[in-house]
Design a protein around this ligand. Sequence first.
Ligand code: SAM
Length: 242
Amino acid sequence: MTAENNTTPHYEFSEKYDPEHARKYFHKHNTGFWRRLSTWREVGMARKALVMAGRPSSVLDLPCGTGRFWEMLAEEKDRTIYVGDNSQAMIDAGMDLRPKPVTARIKKTFQCSAFDTGLPDNLVESVFSIRLMHHIEKSADRILMLKEFARISSDTIIVSLWVDGNFRAYRHQLNEKKKERMRGVNFPRDRFVFTRSDIESDFSAAGLEMIGHVDFIKHWDKWRTYVLRVKRGNQISLTAFP
Ligand SMILES: C[S@@+](CC[C@H](N)C(=O)[O-])C[C@H]1O[C@@H](n2cnc3c(N)ncnc32)[C@H](O)[C@@H]1O
């Protein structure tokens, strides 16, 4: 069953994840002290978020990219793990390059758009979505994606994105203004810092309740992982009302 939507939003950044980019992405995040430290912290945040979500027994990692979180997701021995991404090349790189005992834990992979996955209602207990939402500029598109996550999750949604109210967000906005002055205001951006009030009202518009959040480094860094609950009364099957 799929969400009925003939106008799936299209974002240009989604097109760049070809086989070459996929291999580079895998190696980039596995090399260098700072990158490894950053991944270590991100994995820690995600682990904490999953505990906050009640240690879900089934998870869909969407977008999974090249599988940075698979080993951590597999730490729960009985967890069923599904993974999906818009780019088959990213999925393939992860399946080729991650250790076999980790990839063996993945029940199924899906090449799909997070706006319209084509997956069944309530497929998993939790949809786990790291480093995608900060690319989605329009609030209406974010709500559409969150509603799709709510349709395929029976309980929780975990999303990471950039929020304001910290030093790195402040510095990012200053740099963006500088770049706009140099390149012209129409220079396209593909990553965005959201105000906490805006993103939290998107959650509520999508029928989600906030359980909590984990910050990368409080007051310093802009990465935040939110843990959201699908409000049971509001859980609407989009496919049930054609
Ligand atoms: C920055 S990577 C993050 C991957 C992974 N979550 C991680 O943190 O390593 C962004 C991923 O989003 C995927 N992507 C882009 N647009 C998408 C869409 N509309 N639906 C699903 N995945 C998408 C890309 O193919 C890419 O693998």
